[in-house]
Design a protein around this ligand. Structure first.
Ligand code: SF4
Ligand code: ZN
Length: 323
């Protein structure tokens, strides 16, 4: 994998402010040493990182300072949630030194309306002592750990996606989060396997969301799902299947159909339509071309409001055509 040439290590990969059901959210993507795992077949996020190069705690602190300083005071005053990524695992000390993570929480003390912080990580890096340290620094604010679960189907998760995550490890992490009063955000992929038809992909994702809901109920754990329609990332193993015409990304209608199955069940669902500029040409989720923007806009509005009514009136002649 090739890393981004010439990225200034004192600048984050990206940061922006967006609407969520919880209010305004600052999303911060830190530039650090790359994901240690780097084997997931659908992912080329590590290409945004420094890969094997260390990025010092001092440089990461400068990135955090830059993001906070570029947030206009009026915006900073109303930010409810801060989400932090590093194209890997924010609680893996080999990529993001704990000293820099603590600096982040020192800075967040200046956010008067902040109610929640969400951190991305592979499940196996989530540790008892670090959760305690973060929670102490957050005071009474809520902590969410965002973990790539992708699917409840272990054959797809580990055989096809090469995620390297057993159900046992996932459940242990979920138990730890429940015991610590930390929320779980689970990433779920739509159509993660080339062998699935669109209809099967809808069934598969809905079953995964139901499983997450049941896991949360069983453990007394608050769960949110982040549903990502799969896109074909440049340099990923999925790109080879796409080029061989063995894989087509899911239709946006399939995402609408999955949501229709989850209405009224009480699982907050965020739809991830960003590709971080990593998708190959023609390799993103799509509809016929004429309704894509309308359906995407409705899905974005749904994410911000969790209002299923926004998805009800949507239609296009392509919807009933076979995918
Ligand atoms: S999905 Fe996460 S764990 Fe897998 S390679 Fe990408 S960054 Fe690493
Ligand atoms: Zn259409």
């Amino acid at each position: 994998m090739k890393t981004r040439a010439g990225h200034d290590p004192r600048l984050p990969i990206e940061h922006h402010i967006q609407d969520t059901p919880q209010g305004r959210e600052l999303v911060l993507s830190l530039y650090t040493k790359g994901c240690q795992y780097r084997k997931c077949s659908f992912c080329s996020l590590p290409t945004l990182s420094a890969l094997d190069e260390d990025v010092s705690a001092a440089d990461i602190k400068a990135q955090i300072d830059h993001a906070v300083a570029s947030c206009p005071p009026a915006e900073l005053a109303v930010i409810r949630r801060v989400t932090v990524f590093n194209s890997g695992s924010t609680v893996d000390q080999r990529t993001l030194p704990t000293e820099a993570l603590w600096h982040l929480f020192d800075k967040l003390a200046a956010f008067p309306a902040l109610g929640e912080v969400s951190l991305d990580s592979r499940a196996e890096f989530v540790e008892d002592w670090e959760l305690d340290g973060i929670k102490t620094r957050l005071g009474g604010r809520r902590l969410t750990m965002a973990v790539g679960y992708e699917t409840k189907d272990e054959r797809i998760r580990n055989g096809v996606l090469n995620k390297g995550l057993s159900e046992e490890t996932f459940q242990k992490t979920a138990e730890l989060l429940a015991a610590k009063g930390v929320r779980l955000k689970a990433y779920v992929l739509v159509k993660p396997d080339a062998a699935l038809t669109e209809a099967q992909a809808v069934d598969e994702a809905a079953a995964t969301l139901e499983h997450l809901l049941a896991t949360g109920r069983k453990l007394g754990l608050e769960v949110e799902a982040h549903l990502n329609p799969t896109y074909v990332a440049r340099g990923s193993r999925l790109e080879e299947e796409f080029k061989a015409k063995e894989y087509r990304p899911p239709r946006l209608w399939s995402v609408v159909d999955i949501l229709a199955r989850m209405e009224g069940k009480g699982l907050p669902i965020h739809i991830g339509l960003r590709t971080e500029g990593l998708a190959v040409k023609g390799g993103t989720f799509r509809n016929c071309g004429r309704c894509d923007e309308r359906v995407s806009a409705a899905l974005r509005a749904f994410t911000g409001s969790q209002d299923y009514g926004l998805l009800k009136g949507l239609d296009c002649p392509c919807r009933s055509r076979p995918a």
